[in-house]
Design a protein. Structure first.
Length: 274
C-alpha cells in the first residue's frame, strides 16, 4: 500500500454519496482532503490495500461501517461550552418547564437528550447543573448519544485529564469529580444520571415527549436537506412547549420547520410551542 491515499473523482463521489446516504454528513470538494486523510488511517489500520476494497468492506459489514463513520466525525467539545446556553437553561428553560409540568399535572421529571454528545462533557454539564438547581422533589433523565463508538466509550468511563476540565467552576469540580492519578473522574451520582447510547441522526431515535434537546455543532456538517430532516425528527421526539439548543454558528433560518425562534436575555434557542 502506498503512503498516501488518492481518491479518483469517481471514488470520491462514490464515498461521499455513500456517507451522505448513511449519515447525512456532507463532504464537498473543499474538504476532500479530510476524507482522504481519514481513509489513509483506516486502510493502514485495517491492512487493506485499496480504497475500493475498503468500500466493499464498509458496504457489506455493518460494524465496519460504524467504525468508518466514527473515523470521519469531528469531536470537539468541553465542559460548559458556550456558557450562555447553560445560563438560559438555568434561568429561563427550567423555570418554564417546571411551571408547564406543574400545570399539566405530569410527573416531576425533566427528559433531556444530548444528541452528538461526543466524549460526554455536555451531558455531564447538564446533569451537574440540574442537580444544583432543581427543587428536591424533581428528577431528570438524560439520554446522550453519538455516532462515534470511541467517544461513547470514553464518555461512559467519565475520566478526564487535567487539560479537559478547563471551564468547570471550582465548586462543581470538588463536588462532582474525584481526583485520580489519570486526572478527574465523574462521581457515580452524576454518572448514573446519564444514559449513553449509539445513535445515527440519520434515523428516528424512537424518543418521544422530550423536554429539552441539545444538538450543538452537529448539523453544521449536513447539507440543507439533511439538516431539515434531522430537525423535523427532533420535533417528533419533543413534547409540546419544549426547547431545542443548537450551536451558536447554526441556524434554522429559512428552513421548513415548525420551531419558533426564541431570544432570551442569555441566549437564543428554539421552542416547540404546540
Amino acid at each position: 500500500m502506498t503512503d498516501t491515499v488518492f481518491l479518483s473523482d469517481a471514488d470520491f463521489d462514490r464515498y461521499r454519496e455513500f456517507i451522505y446516504q448513511e449519515s447525512g454528513i456532507t463532504f464537498t470538494p473543499a474538504n476532500r482532503s479530510i476524507l482522504e486523510s481519514r481513509l489513509k488511517e483506516q486502510l493502514r489500520s485495517k491492512g487493506i490495500d485499496s480504497v475500493r476494497n475498503y468500500f466493499t468492506s464498509i458496504t457489506t459489514d455493518k460494524e465496519e461501517l460504524k467504525g468508518f463513520l466514527d473515523s470521519i466525525t469531528t469531536n470537539l467539545t468541553r465542559f460548559f461550552r458556550n456558557q450562555p446556553h447553560f445560563d438560559a437553561l438555568e434561568k429561563f428553560v427550567v423555570p418554564e418547564l417546571i411551571n408547564k409540568i406543574k400545570k399539566g399535572g405530569a410527573s416531576n421529571t425533566l427528559r433531556i437528550w444530548s444528541a452528538g454528545c461526543s466524549t460526554g462533557e455536555e451531558p455531564y454539564t447538564i446533569a451537574m447543573l440540574l442537580t444544583e438547581i432543581l427543587p428536591p422533589s424533581w428528577k431528570f433523565d438524560i439520554l446522550a448519544s453519538d455516532i462515534s463508538l470511541k467517544c461513547l466509550m470514553s464518555a461512559k468511563e467519565g475520566l478526564y485529564t487535567d487539560s479537559k476540565i478547563e471551564g468547570i467552576p471550582q465548586n462543581y469540580l470538588s463536588k462532582y469529580f474525584d481526583k485520580v492519578a489519570e486526572g478527574y473522574k465523574i462521581r457515580p451520582d452524576i454518572h448514573s444520571r446519564v444514559k449513553f447510547d449509539y445513535h445515527n441522526l440519520k434515523h428516528d431515535s424512537g424518543q418521544r415527549g422530550l423536554d429539552v434537546v441539545f444538538c450543538r455543532n452537529v448539523i453544521i456538517y449536513f447539507d440543507e436537506a439533511a439538516q431539515a430532516a434531522v430537525i423535523n425528527r427532533f420535533w417528533d421526539a419533543m413534547a409540546p412547549k419544549s426547547f431545542l439548543f443548537i450551536g451558536h454558528s447554526e441556524s434554522l433560518f429559512g428552513m421548513d420547520t415548525k420551531f419558533e425562534f426564541l431570544k432570551t436575555e442569555w441566549a437564543t434557542l428554539y421552542r416547540k410551542s404546540m
